[in-house]
Write a protein that binds this ligand. Sequence first.
Ligand code: ATP
Ligand code: MG
Length: 842
Amino acid sequence: MAVVGFDVGFQSCRVAAVKDGGVETVPDEFTERSTPAVVSFGPRSRSVGTAARHQIISNPGSTVCNFKRLHGRFFRDPVIQAERAGLPYDLVPLRDDGDDGIVGAKVMYLEKEHQFTIEQVTAMLLTKMKDTAEASLQKKVAECVISIPSFFTDSERRSVLDAAKIAGLNCLQLMNDTTAVALSYGIYKEDLPDPSEKPKIVFFVDMGHSALQVSACAFNKGKLKVLATAFDPYLGGRDFDQRLVEYFCAEFKTKYKLDTKSRVRAVLRLWQECEKLKKLMSSNSCDIPLNIECFMDDKDVMGKINRAKFEELCADLIERVTAPLVAAVEQAQVQLQDISAVEIVGGATRIPAVKAQISRFFGRDVSTTLNADEAVARGCALQCAMLSPVFRVRDFSLTDVTPFPISLSWSCGGDEAISCHEIFGKNETLPSSKVITFHRNKPFVLEVFYSDPGSLPFPEAKIGEYKVQCVQAQEKGEKTKVKVKVQVDGSGVMSVTSATVVMRVSSVDTEAELGENDTEEVIIQDGQDDSETQDKTQEINDHAQVQLDKQTTVKCPCSDKDPNLAHALRAPNGDPNSQPPYAKKAKMKIRHVAVPIEEKKTPQLTEDCLNTFIGLENQMIQRDQQEKERNNAKNAVEENVYFYRHKLEGPYRPFLSPDDQQKFTELLDLVESWLYDEGADQDMQTYLHKLAEIHKLGLPVKDRYQESVKRPKMFEELAAKIHKYKAVMEDFANGSENYSHIDEPDMEKLRVCVKATHDWLTTMKHCQEILNPEDQPAVHSTQIYEKLQTLVNVCEEVVSKPKPRVDSPDEDIMQVDHNSKKSPDSVTMEYDDILQNVEDCS
Ligand code: ATP
Ligand code: MG
C-alpha cells in the first residue's frame, strides 16, 4: 500500500510518494514529473494530463483547463463570471439550488453534450494522478494528502474533498500549499533549536500560476508552528502572461491589422507563446523574438520583447508582491531581523523582478534550497505518511492556522435578539475545537460565518447552519443544558461535531441504557440543584475539558427507532413532565445524551449526488480502459503488418515457400490499406480478428525461424551431456576411485538412459537434416529440452550419490568437489539464456 501527496496546482500537478525511507516525485507514463491540470473530452474517450494538454488548441471547447479556482462556488459568483470570460470552454449552472446552481463545465463527450461539475473534473485529474502513482510504485494508493491554497474557504475545501471521494481516494487531510512546503523544509533539518529555545523563523513564499501565498513559520527540533499566512489570490504567473498577450494583441492590431481576440485558437496559441517568452526572459535580458506561423488568416506574425519592457508592462504586478509579505510579517509579529531565511517556491518566483521584490522587502537574499516545483507534493506525501498507520515517520509536530476568523450566531430566547461570538480567530491554531454551552427549552439554530467578509476572496460569508434538534424543557419547565462542540479540522473544514443535552438521572434508573454516543458520569448529590437559573447562554470551554468527541448524527432519536434516547429524555414512568419517585436518592448520574444536528452548508453535493458521480467516474474509467484496449489492438495490427513485412524481406524469407510468401505479402498489403480506410475506426473484436488472420500465416514462419536458431544449440547441449555421462560410464568401467561406491544396477540405469537419448538424438538430427527450412520441423526445441532434463535427472541421481564417509581429510575435499556438480536447475538457466538470445536476435 502506498501513501502519496498530490499537489493540485492551477496549471500543473505533482505526485510524490514516500518510498525507501525517502520521498520521491513520481513521473507519469511520458516520464514527465508534472501532470498538466487539463482534462480533454473526445468522441471516444477522455484524456487527462500531458495527453490532454495537446488538445487545448485542437479541441478548445471540450478541453477543461484553469478550473482550480472554480471549486465550491455558485455559477453567479463574480469569480466564476470573470474566469468564464477567459475560458475556451463554457461554464454553466448545474443542479439548480433555488435562485442559482453550482458551476459545471459544458463539453462534448462521446459525441453528446455533457455537463460535469468541477468536483467531477478534479476527480478525473486525481484519478489520473492515482493511476500514475500506482503504475510507478506498483502498489495501490491507500491514502493521500491533497494540497490547496491557504486562502481556500470552507466551501472550496469541501469541494476538493468531494472530488477526492469521487476519485475513490481516501484523503486523510487537505494541506495548505505553504505549510506543505514548510514541512518539506523542516523535517530534515538537523540544526533546529531545542524546544526550550527561541524558534527559528522562516518565511515561505509560493507564487504559482494563479496565486501568491506567504507563510511565517517557527521551527524547533521536531516541531513546526505556522504563525501566520497571507496571500494575494489574484496574483500569479498567468497575470504576467496576460500582460504579454495584451501587448502583442495590440502590436498585431497595428502591425498586421489582426483582431486576435476574435479567434479562440489564435488567443490560445498566443498565450502559449507568451508563456514561453516569459520563461526565456527569466534567464535572458536581451531581445527575445516571437514568431508564429499561420497565426490568423494564413498570416505569419513576428514580434520581440526584452526583460526591461516586460518589467515595465508588469510594474504594478511586481509592486503587488509586497502587500502579502507585509501582512505576513505583521500578523506573525516578528521583526525582519529575526527572520532566519526566506524560502521561495512556485514557478513564478523564477521571474527575476518577483525574486528581487521579495529580496528587497526582506532586506536579504532569498533561498532556493527547496525544489520550487515539487516541494508542495513532497510535503503532502510526508504529512500523509505521518497521518497514516501504514508508515513510521520520525516524530514531528505540525500546527497550521485558520486563514479567516469564524463566528457563530444564534437567537437568544423567544425574542429576535441575535447573539454573536467569534469562535476561531484569524491565525488560530489548527486543528481546533471549542465547546459552547447553551440553556434551551427547544431546538435551536446556530449560524456559522466568516467574521470579516471584506478579507474573504469569496462572495459568501456564511459557512453553514446547524439545527440542534430534540431539545426540550426539563422538569418544571427548566431549560436544558446543551453542550455543542464546534471544530475546524486539520483540513480547515469547519463543523459542529456534536451536541449533547446534559441530564441528571438517578442511578437506580438502570433500564435507561446508554446510546452509542452517550456518556455518563456519576455524581454524589449534595442537595444543591446543578441547573443554572439565570439565562447564561454560552460558556466557551477549553478543549481539554471536552469529555466527548461525538459524531454528528442525523437520526432523530425522539422517534421510536431510538428507544435509548427517547427513554433517557423521559422520566422512568414514561412521562417527560413527571417527577421520578426516586429523584431524591443520594447518588445521581449526569448523563450526556447526544442529540441530532441537522447540517446545511451550501453549495454542498448531497450524498446521493456524490454516489451518482462515483458511479459515473467508474463507468468513465471502464470506458477509458476499453478504449485503451481497442487502441492497443489497432496498434498491434499495424505493428504486426510492419514487423512481418520487414522480416519477410530479411531473416524469415527462407522459412516459407515462394507461394506462401506472396500470399502473406498480399494479406499484409490488404490489411494496411484497410487500416487507413474502413479499418481506421473499428471495434476491438474486429482488430483482434485481423490480428488473428496475420498470426495464422505469420506465427508458423516465426516459429520455424526461431526453432532454426534454438534447435542447433539445444542439440549441442544434449550431445555435450551425453558425452559427459559416457565419460562417467568409461571411468566406472576402468574402476575409477570416483565411482567405486556406485552399484552396478544404478550404473546400468545410467547406461540405458544415455544410450536411449543418444539414439533419439541421432534419429532426430537425421530427420531434421533432410527437411527444408520451410517444412514443419521434425523436432521442437522444447522436446529436446525435455530429453535433456530426463537425462540429467536420471544420471545425476546416480553420479551425485554421496560416497560413504571416510575419516581422511583428502576424501572430505573430494566429497565436496564431487557434490558440487551442477544441479538440474542449472540446465534450466542455460536453456533460458538460449531462449533470451533467440528473442534478441529475432
Ligand atoms: P498555483 O500554485 O497557482 O495553483 P501551479 O502550482 O500550477 O499554480 P507552478 O507550477 O508553481 O503553478 O508555477 C507555474 C507558473 O510558473 C506558470 O505561470 C509558469 O509560466 C511559471 N514559470 C515556470 N517557470 C518559469 C520561469 N523560468 N520563469 C518565469 N515563470 C516561470
Ligand atoms: Mg502551486
